[in-house]
Design a protein around this ligand. Structure first.
Ligand SMILES: Nc1ncnc2c1ncn2[C@@H]1O[C@H](COP(=O)(O)OP(=O)(O)OP(=O)(O)O)[C@@H](O)[C@H]1O
Length: 215
């Protein structure tokens, strides 16, 4: 379970984001819909322990994320969080399998890179360089990378942003299939309302906000 209580992020005098108290239930997939700049990435970063909220409490399982020390945060992120950021953060000049092997340095993995890549339909591209892949294939590599450690929470930031509709649907279906097999919490943020139907719960991001001001 993920719970947010009194969470507020102040970036500067003009921009502050307040999230209403909210609980994400175990074994459930969520689609959060909202326009660009509304604070969706901020929310994911707060849950992942990447951005520290200015106020409030975030709990993921038994972890009080907002109170963890830096070293505890590393362990928490490795054990709990599979984050697929908007820019994917893949190393272009390295091969697919090398991009995944680097994750092993962060802790103990539950799947081999080859196995995770088979799950996402990329078993035949192990030795391809990232820069030679299509947008959809890169997205699959990023999904395989988080799969290595079977995270309890999968967070995806605009996974279909750079894809056409057909490829976007394939990626959403893959994410939901993995979520069901792993029985984790899946939270996908997107501005594309055509993707809603794949999820257990759809939330309009504006309904999660207690106020955003951007002067
Ligand atoms: N590090 C930062 N410093 C200052 N302002 C920031 C920072 N990160 C985000 N913001 C601001 O906070 C607001 C919300 O940004 P955020 O990236 O969370 O929105 P978003 O809904 O994910 O947008 P997008 O869909 O375009 O990625 C924006 O006004 C943005 O400019």
């Amino acid at each position: 379970m993920i719970s947010l209580e009194g969470v507020r992020k102040v970036y500067n005098r003009e921009t502050h984001i307040s999230i209403r108290d909210f609980v994400f239930e175990d074994g459930t997939s969520y689609c959060i819909l909202g326009p660009s700049g509304s604070g969706k990435s901020t929310l994911l970063n707060i849950i992942a322990g990447i951005t520290k909220p200015t106020e409030g409490e975030v709990c993921v399982g038994e972890n009080r994320v907002s109170s963890l020390l830096e070293k505890e945060l590393d362990r928490f992120r490795f054990e709990y969080i599979g984050y697929i950021p908007q820019d994917l953060k893949l190393l272009d000049e390295f091969t697919v399998v090398d991009n995944l092997s680097m994750v092993e340095l962060g802790g103990e993995i539950t799947k081999k890179p080859e196995e995770a890549l088979k799950w996402v339909g990329l078993g035949h591209k192990l030795r391809a360089k990232i820069k030679r892949l299509s947008g959809g294939e890169k997205q699959r590599v990023a999904i395989a990378r988080v799969l290595l450690k079977s995270p309890k929470v999968m967070l995806c930031d605009e996974p279909t942003g750079s894809l056409n509709t057909a490829k976007g649907i394939e990626i959403m279906e893959l994410l939901v299939k993995i979520h069901k097999e792993e029985n984790n919490i899946l939270i996908v943020v997107t501005h594309d309302d055509r993707m809603c139907k794949y999820f257990d719960k759809v939330i309009k991001f504006e309904d999660m906000l207690g106020g955003i001001r951007d002067a």
